[in-house]
Design a protein around this ligand. Structure first.
Ligand code: ZN
Ligand code: ZN
Length: 240
């Protein structure tokens, strides 16, 4: 069993298509035995999500509650091949952590080269800490180039548990993941398991991903979730 103390990719009702409050998500994190929770609402380009002012005001929320550290940030939408994202530059430094992802409504899938460039350029943004669900087969990418860029820009690559759920829109494949993990091993690039929970019961749910990591015998030192200390060098919150 992989030790797992964090889930840094979750959504609350503020995202517009998720169903629990911050307090409920923190409670669920406690039940799952997590030490560190990340709440990363969808950026404003996602229909129904929050206005930039919501992100600007996250400073009012205490980061410590019920023995759990909760960090607040955004799941930014990558908007174009140049890696532009959907929060203004002056708000980004206030984000404890930023995931950056490609979503169909904000970046309809393009060529392999364009999708790859979108990820690589987003990773050059110093406030982007994590690439969310790079496992999405609807966006073909040059995986080697993505892993190389992650290494170079000190960005984490997520293994997204929701992408593997039978109900997922993304339909990530085990074969795709095994290729991805093989490259991460070659480049000594760590991965982060994320639930992408849109409801409280999914907080800390990394079951599908953990099974693949165990099957692949992926080295523990490259699994960020095992120790809070491992993630600190990567997140805005710990490097201000
Ligand atoms: Zn996403
Ligand atoms: Zn998400």
């Amino acid at each position: 069993m992989i030790r797992d103390v964090m889930d840094l990719h979750t959504h609350t009702i503020a995202s517009g298509h998720a169903y629990n409050t911050i307090v409920e998500m923190v409670k669920a994190a406690g039940k799952s035995g997590l030490k560190l929770l990340g709440i990363t609402e969808h950026g404003p380009a996602m229909k129904g999500s929050c206005h930039p002012i919501y992100f600007r005001n996250l400073k009012v929320i205490p980061r410590e509650r019920d023995g759990i550290t909760t960090l607040f940030g955004a799941e930014l939408n990558i908007l174009d091949e140049d890696g532009h994202v959907d929060l203004p530059e002056e708000i980004l430094p206030a984000m404890d952590l930023c995931v950056a992802s490609l979503h169909i409504p904000c970046f309809p899938p393009k060529s392999l080269e364009e999708n790859t460039n979108a990820y690589i350029h987003a990773m050059k943004n110093p406030y982007v800490n994590i690439i969310g669900h790079p496992d999405d087969p609807r966006y073909p990418v040059d995986l080697r180039a993505v892993v190389e860029a992650a290494k170079e820009n000190h960005v984490l690559l997520e293994m997204n548990n929701s992408s593997l759920a039978p109900t997922s829109f993304r339909k990530a494949t085990i074969e795709g993941y095994l290729k991805f993990l093989d490259l991460c091993k070659q480049y000594d690039q760590p991965i982060l398991m994320g639930s992408d929970a849109h409801v409280d019961i999914d907080v800390g749910n990394h079951g599908y991903v953990a099974d693949i990591l165990e099957f692949a015998q992926f080295p523990e030192h490259l699994i960020i979730n095992t120790d809070v200390e491992k993630v600190k060098p990567y997140l805005n919150y710990y490097n201000r």
